[in-house]
Design a protein around this ligand. Sequence first.
Ligand code: AMP
Length: 215
Amino acid sequence: MLRTILLGPPGAGKGTQAVKIVEKYHIPHISTGDIFRENIKNGTDLGNRAKAYMDRGELVPDELVVEIATDRLTKADCKNGFLLDGFPRTIFQAEKLDEFLEGRGEKLDKVINIDVEKSALVKRITGRRVCKQCGAGYHIENIPPKKEGVCDNCGGELIQREDDTEETVLNRIDVYNKQTRPLAEYYEKSGIIANIDGNKDLEDVLADIVKALGD
Ligand code: AMP
């Protein structure tokens, strides 16, 4: 059983680490950003409502996010735990998540807070590429695919996320510092936070996370 959250600015490596963590602990990876992107791709009402905020690097309104996140958490695959990536992002969302879990007699086990120096974040994000087909993540310098522009896993085309441009990234980092960073203190109070140095190599960061989560 492991109910956990990945906290950290855009570019901290949450998505990359999430893939490894869910593999090890056999829990579902729940990314609210992925849910929104999937909805935008499919042209749903939810996607249409979220898109303008995402394009500007702003947060989608709390009510909308809380609803899709808690709805996802009621699915059967979450009964042995979950890894939330990109949710909660505001104190309001964190409180709603606590209320939701409390109502089910559950609580969070751990919050993994990955921090990275701001100067490294922009470089990490603007170099980021993602497979259009399977969603696998790459970085043109740090995690390059074997063949440029082509996914190692499925041969799909690698693209840049629309909100991974330099201008939007700077806004997203700003939004993170103002609205999401206070969550570290929120979870510090409940004593379940593990602060992880995300400036290290991917493998070392993963090892630190596993140490914090336990076997
Ligand atoms: P991500 O993939 O986590 O970087 O999220 C991409 C974008 O989706 C964010 O910049 C927000 O616009 C939106 N988003 C994802 N999760 C949340 C959330 N918990 N609260 C508000 N907006 C979110």
